[in-house]
Design a protein around this ligand. Structure first.
Ligand code: BGC
Length: 397
């Protein structure tokens, strides 16, 4: 299908290194050894031309990456012309290589000053985000796809975790819950407001398609627990997909699937099959996620902005992705409008506090920063070129 995007994704803090003005950096340093630091990352801040070249040479045509608010606006209202030029350089390099850039404006990290001033709970938060988004429009010419905020539901959980790390005195005591809490609805509404504000600015100042990327959970109710299921699905997905109805696309991100019982989302049972993040091996989740997203925001085109597996066995990565594509293509054959597939991740990157779970199509030696493409990169590239094991369904042509 002409125009279907095939690519891979990263996020600034997970690959760049040295993101010292961000809240994540502060949390890593203050976590008393509970989190591994991101440190020099994969040095993609300097090595992005090589990363993009490897992606393009493999036959992929799209690169999703994020730009870093903490670098662009290291102090409130003070913008770095240098950093803006840096990210414009990334966009130019992608275009030069024939890659379609998919640019995320906010991928989990904030400037530390923003969080110190109260973060998203502060009165001026949306205005601060608006100011940042407005500034980024200066470098977005030629960019067709912009994601405003990455996985708002996960962000609400991260915000809660960071508040506990940065203000431990206020968050002491109480037994550790055995299940992950549901994403906070008030914070979710706030992020919804931020997304709508960003969309308005981007629509006025750019020609890009605007959306945000949703952590689709492929939740499944256990018998008799439909009410709990609906509440969990609302808090994870539907509250955000409501906003997607007025977007140009939905960014669908999918890794696994979970049951919902009377208590809520059931933790993944231990199994030798679980991935390196402890998640159930569920490549069928992608097809489920796409169908759920299409049902919640009918008619809005979908871009798969993340799908992948944390494994040190690259054959398993290929098997997972092949099965995920089967589910995706079946959904497309049923008429769901999907515009592309971007694998998470291009590189074995920093998995938010841990270096262990490797999601990459490319391994990286963290001492020398040498890149070593895995067979899965060429495998996915062959599908993109139309010579591989999987062909797009003809109904989508
Ligand atoms: C995020 C990525 C993360 C990946 C795997 C998504 O939640 O957008 O930043 O690395 O999933 O956990």
């Amino acid at each position: 299908m002409a125009g279907f995007l095939w690519g891979a994704a990263t996020a600034a803090h997970q690959v760049e290194g040295g993101n010292t003005a961000s809240d994540w950096w502060a949390v890593e340093q203050g976590a008393n050894g509970m989190l591994e630091p991101s440190g020099d990352g994969l040095d993609s801040y300097h090595r992005y031309p090589e990363d993009m070249r490897l992606l393009a040479e493999a036959g992929l045509d799209t690169y999703r990456f994020s730009i870093e608010w903490a670098r662009i606006e290291p102090e409130p209202g003070v913008f770095s012309a240098d950093e803006l030029a840096h990210y414009r350089g990334m966009i130019d390099e992608a275009l030069r290589l024939g890659l379609t850039p998919v640019v995320t404006l906010h991928h989990f990290t904030h400037p530390l000053w923003f969080v110190r001033a109260g973060g998203w709970r502060a009165e001026g938060a949306i205005d601060a985000f608006r100011r940042y988004v407005d500034k980024t429009c200066e470098i977005l010419e030629g960019v067709e796809w912009v994601c405003t905020i990455n996985e708002p539901a996960v962000l609400t959980l991260m915000i809660r975790m960071h508040e506990a790390f940065l203000n431990p005195a206020q968050h002491l005591g109480g037994p550790r819950p055995s299940r992950l809490p549901l994403p906070d609805l008030d914070m979710g509404r706030r992020l919804g407001e931020a997304h709508v504000a960003a969309r308005k600015i981007l629509r006025a100042r750019t020609d890009a398609k605007i959306g945000w990327t949703i952590a689709m959970q492929a939740l499944t109710p256990t018998p008799g627990n439909e009410d709990t299921y609906r509440a969990a699905k609302y808090a994870w997905e539907d509250i955000y997909l409501e906003h997607s109805r007025d977007d140009d696309f939905i960014g669908v991100q999918s890794y696994t699937s979970q049951l919902v019982d009377a208590e809520g989302v059931v933790p993944h049972p231990p199994s030798p099959d679980n991935t390196l993040t402890g998640w159930a091996y569920r490549p069928d989740a992608l097809g489920m996620a796409v169908r759920d997203a299409a049902a919640a925001a009918p008619g809005v085109p979908i871009l798969i902005t993340e799908n992948g597996i944390a494994t040190d066995d690259d054959d398993r990565r290929i098997a997972y992705t092949a099965a995920a594509l089967d589910g995706l293509f079946a959904a497309m054959a049923d008429g769901i409008d999907v515009r592309g597939y971007l694998h998470w991740s291009l590189l074995d990157n920093y998995e938010w506090g841990h270096w262990g779970p490797t999601f990459g199509l490319i391994a990286v030696d963290r001492a020398t920063f040498a890149r070593a493409p895995k067979p899965s990169l060429a495998w996915l590239g062959s599908i993109a070129r139309g010579t591989g094991s999987h062909r797009l369904p003809s109904t989508s042509a």
